[in-house]
Design a protein around this ligand. Structure first.
Ligand code: SR1
Ligand code: MG
Length: 399
């Protein structure tokens, strides 16, 4: 039985040779640690020509971006590998392929996506991928529908819920999304000029009640196997292709959380664009982001409804009109969660490159202020925003 140890580059090469599935593993000669996320080690494994061929990812026993003072379960590697494998069954074209997983070492070997780019980096540069939002809507519809009660028999569903219990990673989300930004917490950070805005946010009782409702729903609604952290940094794109990665936050939760997280990151970019690009380019890119929002939701909703018409296993859930009614609730939840993503990424701990890369401090502050305002509006207005057109109108009104 292997004992856990932190991989060196040489270990990663050796592991990729054993488990990468190459017909001639000896071509793999070198590794570079490239992880820029908050939690894990990620090695690219190269052949002699310097071409990256395989990825080896290892969970550390703590939160990487904080250090050993914040321990974290190694079981998250299992949850990530199994979530991605489960999602890969339902949407292989948009899910990274996991080639091997080792529980003792908390190591995964996966397909190399070096011909793709991280979507957030593209959005920050103003590079448009016109099919990405539609593809993300397709991914979310397939994986959420097929892991829900619309498809899984009750005993199987409950066994899956148990298999994907993820209390430690969920607790991170519970704290970072729904607690920290609304109180005085050392993990929070915002520009000094926004002190009054954040103070008002933290004293807003109606807002805090709405956030409590979203947190409670996150605790209590095991609707489908979520990705759990589907922001634009967890998505690789190239023209015509999209792949979801990084599913260590996977668990059975409310569908609106995944959709809201995805929409929230498009809107963070929307708010940041005036600080990232020249005015004319920023205005054009903002229209593209709004189109992305529309494409994502409309694709998700239409694919979900089509799947529900063809495949609903449960007699009660198959009742005509029920799937559409359910989707309306998912939409309302998604808008609320979208608002919490905007606020936790600007007031809370995990800030995003969309804002951090704005070089002019005054402009950065203005963009962050916009995201906070929009987040607050969405959380409060979610039950009154009937559809995508109403959402886009609210976003435009918000500045
Ligand atoms: C301590 S982990 C902080 C954030 O990084 C991950 O990517 C998740 O978004 C999490 O909330
Ligand atoms: Mg991640």
């Amino acid at each position: 039985m292997l004992q856990y140890r932190t991989f060196t580059a040489a270990d990663a090469v050796d592991w990729a040779r054993q488990h990468g599935g190459l017909s001639d593993p000896s071509v793999l000669v070198d590794a570079r640690e490239v992880g820029d996320g908050n939690l894990n080690l990620v090695f690219k494994i190269f052949d002699a020509a310097g071409v990256s061929r395989i990825i080896v990812k290892q969970a550390l026993p703590y939160v990487r971006c904080v250090g050993e003072s914040w321990p974290l379960t190694l079981d998250r590697a299992r949850l990530e590998a199994e979530t991605l494998r489960e999602h890969g069954k339902h949407c292989p074209q948009h899910t990274v392929n996991i080639l091997h997983y080792d529980p003792a070492l908390a190591v995964m070997v996966m397909e190399d996506l070096s011909d793709h780019q991280i979507w957030r980096r593209e959005l920050v540069k103003g590079v448009h991928h016109p099919q990405a939002a539609t593809q993300l809507g397709e991914y979310l519809a397939q994986v959420l529908f097929h892991t829900s009660d619309f498809v899984l028999p009750p005993h199987q569903k409950k066994a899956q819920v148990a298999r994907f219990l993820n209390p430690e990673l969920c607790e991170i989300t519970e704290d970072l999304f729904f607690n920290d930004p609304y109180c005085d917490h050392p993990r929070n950070a915002w520009p000094a000029a926004l002190e009054a805005d954040v103070g008002a946010l933290q004293r807003d009782l109606s807002l805090k009640q709405a956030v409590a409702g979203l947190k409670h729903h996150f605790f209590a609604h095991a609707e489908a196997l979520l990705h759990g952290d589907i922001h634009s940094g967890s998505i690789f794109v190239k023209q015509g292709s999209l792949k979801a990665i990084d599913a260590e936050f996977g668990f059975f939760g409310p569908m609106g959380f995944d959709i809201g997280t995805a929409l929230g990151n498009l809107l963070l970019n929307y708010c940041a664009l005036p600080g990232l690009l020249a005015p004319r380019e920023a205005a054009a890119a903002r229209e593209q982001r709004l189109q992305d929002v529309r494409d994502l939701w409309l694709t998700f909703a239409s694919r979900f409804l089509a799947l529900a018409e063809q495949h609903t296993r449960d007699a009660a859930l198959a009742c005509p009109g029920y799937a559409a009614q359910f989707l309306q609730k998912v939409w309302t939840d998604a808008l609320g969660y979208c608002g919490t993503e905007l606020i936790r990424r600007t007031v809370g701990m995990s800030h995003v490159a969309d804002m951090l890369d704005i070089t002019d401090p005054a402009m950065r502050t203005a963009c962050i202020a916009h995201a906070i305002r929009l987040g607050k509006t969405l959380i409060l207005a979610a039950p009154h925003v009937a559809d995508c057109d109403a959402l886009l109108a609210r976003i435009r009104q918000n500045g």
